[in-house]
Design a protein around this ligand. Structure first.
Ligand code: DX5
Ligand code: ZN
Length: 226
């Protein structure tokens, strides 16, 4: 049994003033997860949303809220995000060097699924201990752009990290985030990524449902041929 394809539109590209209807629209179009980008204006030079917005959205949807925390102190967010109804809690390895074990344990104790993300410049070896721990993360998010903003260009060099991970961990959920769309999905899918975040390529498309199904088919085909 291989890993399953999950397509996660990044709500950073949505109309934040209509978040509930934007979320419902994406789920209607076939989205598996909703990707929520939490930025603190410190770990990255941009400020977005936090637990209060997740809590508001949770009242309108039962969807899996795949939360990506681009924050300097992820530990401070575990309790509020758990209470707000986050499903996945993905923290950055660069921000958790000293406390990832405590973080993973707390995330699980709040009923969320832990993931670890790494920036393009961070070596893949840094996440191995988190995947191999007695209490491991469930997912690795390989950033395919510098975190902070939607609409950037996909960095193909990051695919070596995805290949390394997939070879080492055949059943791990591997997520890619940044610059994914119809023209880049083949690279990510053949490297072994199965969770695909896509913001501008989905929200900017005349028919987002087509883009979502194209992304999903690409991952499923690549999985079959692997
Ligand atoms: C960037 C965020 C992404 C972003 C992706 O820091 O983590 O989730 O929204 O947007 P696109 O798909 O437009 O690159
Ligand atoms: Zn993200």
């Amino acid at each position: 049994m291989g890993v399953t394809a999950k397509i996660a539109p990044s709500m950073l590209s949505s109309d934040f003033s209509n978040l509930a209807s934007e979320a419902a629209r994406m789920l209607d179009y076939g989205a598996d997860w909703l990707h929520m980008d939490i930025m603190d204006g410190h770990f990255v030079p941009n400020l977005t949303i936090g637990a209060p917005v997740i809590e508001s959205l949770r009242k309108h949807t039962k969807a899996y809220l795949d939360c990506h925390l681009m924050v300097t102190n992820p530990l401070d967010y575990v309790e509020p995000m758990g209470k707000a109804g986050a499903s996945g809690f993905t923290f950055h390895v660069e921000a958790s060097k000293d406390n990832w074990q405590e973080l993973v344990q707390k995330i699980k104790s709040k009923g969320m699924s832990p993931g670890v993300a790494l920036k393009p410049g961070t070596p893949i070896e840094e996440v191995f201990p988190l995947v191999e721990a007695d209490n491991p993360v469930d997912m690795v998010l390989v950033m395919t752009v510098e975190p902070g903003f939607g609409g950037q260009k996909f960095m193909p060099d990051t695919m070596d990290k995805v290949r390394t991970l997939r070879q080492k961990y055949p059943s791990l959920d591997i997520e890619v985030d940044g610059g994914l769309g119809p023209s880049t999905i083949a690279m990510a899918a053949s490297a072994g990524a199965n969770c695909i975040v896509a913001g501008s390529s989905v929200f900017g498309a005349p028919e987002p449902a087509h883009v979502i199904s194209l992304l999903k088919n690409s991952v499923e085909e690549a999985q079959k041929n692997s």
